[in-house]
Design a protein around this ligand. Structure first.
Ligand code: COA
Length: 170
């Protein structure tokens, strides 16, 4: 699988499943995020990545869709969906390198992976977003997600969206 898109500013983006050779570029992508954003992405401090953690990121199991986006010869974003045990929903996470923000990269990646989840028969996509993560909450709202404070954790907002009702918003 490989998908391509022109961003609204004319940049050319490719999206494909992550592979073992992406370990180092992916490590760079993660470490380029400011510490606060690493916390937003991983829900905890990440000061470095062990070989084992990296390997787990680039060798997803069968219940995980993990894709990377590249542009101008470098990796600029990662998006993943972990399929829940019941097989009806998937948990979404996405990150975009700071230099490529507000160009529609996350929006396109999330739309593409949501469509793949829908094709696999999933009905819902959801995520746990830290309550101070304004950019991700704005993206979720823009994607048509319902956002509500988590019942279990006041620091978390639960975002979710029915995939059956997806209209293309790329
Ligand atoms: C959240 C994140 C993925 C957004 O990536 P992005 O590529 O900049 O997002 P897009 O350009 O696709 O934005 C799509 C829409 O989301 C909203 N949005 C995104 N970032 C925003 C921001 N900083 N402020 C306000 N709205 C924002 C806007 O509605 C935007 O549409 P517009 O640009 O037409 O107004 C990015 O900021 C990021 O990687 N953050 C750090 C990691 C993280 O927190 N990941 C989420 C953990 S689940």
């Amino acid at each position: 699988m490989q998908e391509h898109a022109w961003l609204r500013d004319g940049a050319w983006l490719s999206l494909r499943p992550v592979r073992a050779a992406d370990a180092e570029p992916l490590r760079r992508l993660i470490m380029e995020l400011p510490p606060r954003e690493r916390r937003w992405r991983f829900h905890g401090g990440v000061n470095g990545l062990s070989a084992g953690h990296l390997q787990a990121l680039v060798e997803p199991g069968p219940d995980l869709l993990a894709w990377v986006a590249s542009a101008e010869g470098r990796l600029v974003a990662e998006v993943r969906c972990a399929i829940d045990r019941a097989g009806a929903a998937a948990e979404l996470a996405v990150m975009v390198t700071p230099a490529w923000r507000r160009r529609g990269v996350a929006r396109w990646c999330v739309a593409a992976i949501s469509e793949r989840c829908r094709q696999r028969g999933l009905r819902w996509i959801h995520g746990s977003v830290l309550a101070d993560n304004a950019p991700m909450l704005a993206l979720a709202r823009r994607a048509g997600c319902y956002c509500a404070p988590s019942r279990d954790d006041a620091a978390v907002v639960t975002v979710e969206r029915r995939l059956a009702s997806v209209r293309s918003w790329r």
